[in-house]
Design a binder for this molecule. Structure first.
Ligand code: ATR
Length: 269
């Protein structure tokens, strides 16, 4: 590969303006005195091919992928990690053995975030709301951590049923139904806009459950606010975000960056 003084990293997506990845990665890059720069780029689907080809030439060293391209980048890659293949979702790209390789660090990010919150999902019943892009990563993470039951419901039922074709251990639940659960995960996009609300019966689900929202901006969705009001534990997706970045950084730079108070402050200011 070509020699470059300043290695270039990118996060691609649409929209991309809100992405906190540049702030976090550049902070860790500086902290570890690495010669690199991490940028964000708003792209259209037809630009994916060109950007990925620049990984092969060494013009770009690593790419993070966010909504809505985590699946659509796959045809341009030469190799997938087992996690990327199982989820058909790629958020981290790099050159390995001269092959453009796609990996999924969202699964580990989700898993490490639960460890951070000290929630042991083993033998727990979990209900996932949503069957969009992030759902496979949540499903695989829960399975790996030995949840006893993984239930899935989605407004458009056919999309939940399609996921069951791949992950046959899923139990599909009708949208609006409220089965018994220990943990519930919001994997829909509802709540990204302030005061947007999912219609769920919080009273019926009881107390002392664990409510997890993949969304971290806004910091407290209505889903989490109401869960707390009813006496439940509630956590947003910020640590999943931090840990997926941590995993990507470690792969790219072969350095494990620090996660401390200052790192977290960086993301909430
Ligand atoms: P995509 O569907 O393209 O993968 P996504 O942002 O990854 O997009 O997923 C959005 C998720 O939020 C989907 O599960 C979607 O449900 P549908 O499949 O029925 O569209 C869910 N979602 C978005 N708006 C919703 C709403 N108002 N009520 C319920 N679910 C909603």
């Amino acid at each position: 590969s070509r020699k470059v003084l300043m290695k270039k990293y990118l996060v691609i997506g649409n929209p991309i303006e809100h992405s906190l990845s540049p702030r976090l990665h550049n902070y860790w890059i500086n902290q570890n005195k690495i010669k690199a720069i991490y940028d964000k780029k708003l792209i259209k689907e037809n630009e994916i091919k060109n950007i990925i080809s620049q990984i092969k030439t060494g013009d770009i060293t690593g790419v993070n992928v966010t909504v809505p391209f985590k699946k659509s980048v796959i045809p341009y890659l030469e190799k997938l990690s087992p996690e990327a293949n199982a989820s058909q979702s790629v958020n981290t790209i790099y050159l390995e053995d001269n092959k453009i390789t796609g990996h999924n660090t969202d699964i580990a990010g989700f898993e490490l975030s639960l460890r951070y919150h000290k929630y042991d999902v083993k033998d727990k019943k979990v209900l996932i709301l949503g069957a969009g892009g992030v759902a496979p990563s949540i499903i695989l993470g829960l399975k790996k951590m030995s949840a006893s039951q993984i239930m899935l419901c989605n407004r458009t039922k056919s999309k939940a049923e399609n996921l069951k074709k791949i992950y046959d251990y899923l139990d599909i639940v009708n949208w609006g139904d409220m089965p018994e659960f220990d943990m519930i995960v919001n994997a829909t996009s509802v709540g990204l806009k302030k005061n947007e609300e999912i219609n769920i019966n919080f009273k019926k689900s009881g107390q002392n459950k664990f409510y997890y929202d993949v969304i971290y901006n806004p910091r407290e969705t209505m889903f989490l606010k109401k869960a707390k009001e009813q006496g439940n534990i509630a956590e947003n997706g910020i640590m999943m975000f931090v840990y997926q970045a941590h995993q990507a950084f470690t792969i790219w730079h072969k350095v494990m960056p620090k996660i401390d108070e200052e790192t977290l402050k960086l993301l909430t200011k």
